[in-house]
Ligand binder design. Structure first.
Ligand code: UDP
Ligand code: MG
Length: 318
């Protein structure tokens, strides 16, 4: 029997693009000599996306629908999709058609060559602001300087994962899921394919700068303890500076006597030290908060409905 390809699509209020998304996916995968399954994960949409997906499913039995109990965010929606995908290879793609489905056959070809992770790498990003591009590029640079596993630049979630890569990812149940880091962390032979990222087909992006900033914090704290070390060094440097300043004062007092000035320097030093202490406490707090999050062994998500695709029961991987 032909191998099975699962396509996982996270959906959060994507009603305007779903039909186009489905059409393009079907067109792009038509030439593959693989059986297909389209796993749509509804991440708590409130705009009728679910109804549209249910309609699509009644037209095409290869569609599976996983309904999460609320909006859990894209990372968790993807994890739910991977958990429910039965394929020998699994494609992850955004619903908004920013990732071209036409690349899927190339992904599959690389998988057949033996790669476990084939990821799209953006050669360009149309329709995104200069500021977003710049901040993204800085972020990747900082991230790679800090993290232990190299995380490839300009990649998103658009990729193909082999069955064993999906299995490996599935074992990582951490609550703070920085997916780009996790894909890199699992290892296995990986390959990049360059592509041009399109602007959104319709609907609106769910990202804003606040969300991106939190995403960046997530990435750094999930893959590096460098900020904690930074706190240590900052403490060491300020102590050293304070020590040198003390020596300076000792000699100045011995030579010039003590005419009791120094109110401005006192205030400046106190405020500075207070600031440094709060900063370091904040850094510790970021990590402590995440440890707390992980220590509550809550499930990653709940599903309120799962409607599988019509597949031959012989080849479901469980
Ligand atoms: N998405 C999701 N849950 C969310 C936010 C987004 O499942 O809470 C999905 C969304 O439907 C889309 C993909 O994740 O398929 C990418 O979202 P978006 O286009 O808003 O992000 P961007 O492309 O701007 O990074
Ligand atoms: Mg998008």
């Amino acid at each position: 029997m032909q191998p099975l390809l699962s396509v996982v699509i996270p959906v959060f209020n994507e009603a305007p693009v779903l039909e186009a998304c489905y059409q393009r996916l079907v067109a792009a995968t038509g030439s593959l000599s693989m059986r297909l399954e389209f796993v749509f994960v509804d991440d708590g949409s409130s705009d009728g996306s679910v109804q549209l997906l249910t309609d699509l499913r009644s037209r095409d039995a290869r569609i599976a629908l996983v309904e999460l109990s609320r909006n859990f965010g894209k990372e968790v929606a993807l994890t739910a999709g991977l958990d429910h995908a039965a394929g020998d290879a699994v494609i992850i793609i955004d619903a908004d058609l920013q990732d071209p489905p036409e690349l899927i056959p190339d992904f599959v070809a690389a998988w057949q060559e033996g790669y476990d992770v084939v990821y799209g790498q953006r050669a360009s990003r149309a329709g995104e602001s200069w500021l977003k591009l710049k901040t993204a590029s800085w972020f990747y640079r900082v991230m790679n300087a800090l993290s232990d596993v190299p995380i490839p630049n300009d990649t998103g979630d658009f990729r193909l994962l082999s069955r064993r890569a999906v299995g490996a990812l599935g074992e990582l149940r951490e609550k703070h899921r920085y997916m780009k880091g996790l894909y890199a962390w699992i290892g296995f032979p990986q390959k990049a394919l360059r592509y041009h990222r399109e602007p959104r087909a319709a609907g609106e992006t769910k990202w804003n700068y606040w969300r991106l900033w939190n995403f960046a914090l997530e990435g750094i704290t999930s893959f590096s303890t460098a900020p904690l070390r930074f706190a240590t060094y900052l403490g060491a440097v300020t102590s050293l500076a304070a020590f040198l300043y003390a020596i300076f004062f000792l000699f100045r007092t011995l030579i010039l006597g003590n005419p009791v000035p120094g109110y401005p320097s006192l205030i400046v030093i106190m405020l500075f030290l207070g600031g440094v202490q709060l900063l370091c406490l904040g850094i510790i707090g970021e990590y402590l908060g995440r440890t707390y999050g992980e220590s509550k062994s809550r499930s990653l998500y709940f599903t309120k409905g799962y409607h599988p695709a019509a597949l031959d029961p012989a080849d479901v991987h469980g």
